[in-house]
Design a protein around this ligand. Structure first.
Ligand code: LLP
Length: 438
């Protein structure tokens, strides 16, 4: 169930544009973003949830993709922002999000960062008692609105690194201490108005979300009663997965929204929080909004028959880290022979299992191992799918390779939205001491 479109020439189509033409025009490696897919993804989530709970906000977890145009698109759609660093706050403000649409959820935040967050006027979600106490020295706590991230002891995710709830997690305050911490914040003069949790990333199964929602609502209910807090919002975090493998299904958002809002509403009434000032519901999807809206186009330059068959391309884990970092599967389509990709069932011999290897000097630099693909020749163009989330945003210049260009496609028309870096960009900010100059 992937967002794969193939045009009548048998080429990959992105937003009405032919991938092979884009690669010729802009060069490779190239990130191609489909504007309408982002808008559709946003609307699908927004409409599903507001149908059952109108007082609902989407906070786009912009760490997934902070490209300015992507941010602008989501700003236009009416999204709010989950920002995890001062840089993300800065980026959000720059792209037109007003401070009241931004929630800062940092981890291991410095005093300077707290000062910056305070100056910008964005809302702050605290991760520790340490942060609370240090904030009290930086701002006047009297009536200052805050919220806390709570560890619900429920965690899930596509990889161990992406599970953020449970005993091993560095995030949030302990659920057993929540009442105490909210009381402490109040006694310092703060006005705690929200509670937040986030259990992990890349989750296709609704069950952990249902459990985490139940747990968060129970904690919030207890805090509301025992610490006498009137919640303005309860934030269920992000983590909504997308299918990366063709046989995986899209998270069916409407029944999902119905179930989550159902738990939310029944818990509000159980704890008497369903009066006139009911809390807003927030969620923080990143991947779900942008993940399937982009592909990475990369050109095959080498076909090598060694102990294994290697298909060598012009990008690597410097460009797209997820396969190397998490062993993540990204579906690969030969963009100029896309109609041949599914011939495995018709005729096994038309596909062969290959390793798709990047150009970084490390053995772990593989986009795929033993992947059945149509016979690939040098010069073919690969489309690595689902490269919209945690892809460019995790790219680096490792091996002194400039980062690639990004283009935006709408109605078949493409525009460059990030220039390809140049070699000079590799030296930006470096200073050679006088005595070393030649
Ligand atoms: N909210 C908070 C507090 C988060 O830490 C995250 C993601 C999100 C929301 C959004 O999660 P999403 O809806 O995108 O799953 N680099 C990894 C993913 C790391 C996610 C970090 N936090 C990957 O490539 O899979």
């Amino acid at each position: 169930d992937l967002n794969l479109k193939i045009n009548d020439k048998g080429h990959v189509d992105i937003g009405g544009a032919d991938a092979t033409k884009l690669a010729e025009e802009y060069g490779t490696p190239l990130y191609v973003i489909d504007e309408d897919r982002i808008r559709d993804n946003y609307k699908r989530v927004f409409n599903a949830f507001t149908k059952y709970y109108p007082d609902f906000k989407i906070l786009y977890a912009c760490k997934a993709n902070t490209n300015l145009s992507v941010m602008r698109i989501l700003e236009e759609e009416g999204s709010c922002i989950d920002a995890v660093s001062p840089g993300e706050v800065f980026t959000s403000l720059k792209t037109g999000f007003s401070p009241d649409r931004i929630l800062f959820t940092g981890n291991n935040v410095t005093n300077d960062e707290l000062r910056y967050i305070d100056e910008t006027g964005v809302r702050i979600n605290l991760d520790s008692v340490s942060q609370l106490k240090r904030l009290a020295e930086i701002v006047d706590p009297e009536g200052y609105k805050i919220s806390f991230r709570v560890n619900p002891m429920v965690g899930a995710g596509h990889h161990e690194h992406c599970i953020t709830g449970g005993e091993m997690s560095k995030f949030g305050i302990k659920e057993s201490e929540a009442v105490e911490v909210y009381k402490l914040a109040k006694s310092m003069g703060f006005e705690p108005v929200g509670m937040h949790t986030h259990i992990g990333s890349g989750i296709l199964d609704p069950e952990p979300f249902k459990l985490a929602t139940t747990v968060l609502m129970d904690i919030a209910g207890k805090v509301s009663q025992e610490a006498n807090i009137g919640f303005e919002f309860l934030d269920l975090g992000g983590g909504l997965g997308i299918p990366y493998e063709p046989e995986e299904n899209l998270l069916d958002i409407d029944p999902f929204a119905e179930e989550i809002t159902g738990i939310f509403k029944s818990k509000l009434s159980e704890y008497g929080m369903d009066g006139a000032n009911k809390p807003s519901m927030y969620i923080e999807p990143g991947r779900y909004l942008v993940g399937d809206a982009s592909v990475l186009l990369t050109r095959v330059n080498t076909v090598k028959n060694s102990y294994r068959k290697f298909i060598g391309v012009d990008s690597g884990f410097n460009t797209l880290l997820r396969p190397a970092m998490y062993g993540s599967y990204h579906h690969i389509v030969v963009a100029n022979k896309a109609n041949k990709t599914d011939e495995i069932s018709e005729n096994e011999t038309k596909l062969e299992k290959v390793d798709v290897a990047g150009n970084v000097c490390e053995s772990g630099d593989l986009f795929a191992r033993d992947r059945p693909l149509p016979i690939i020749e040098e010069g073919d163009l690969l489309s690595i799918m689902n490269a919209g989330a945690y892809s460019f945003s995790m790219a680096s210049q490792y091996n002194s390779r400039p980062r690639p260009a990004e283009i935006l496609v709408k109605d078949g028309k493409s525009e460059i939205i990030r220039e390809r870096e140049t070699y000079d960009d590799l030296f930006k900010n470096q200073i050679i001491p006088k005595r070393l100059e030649n």
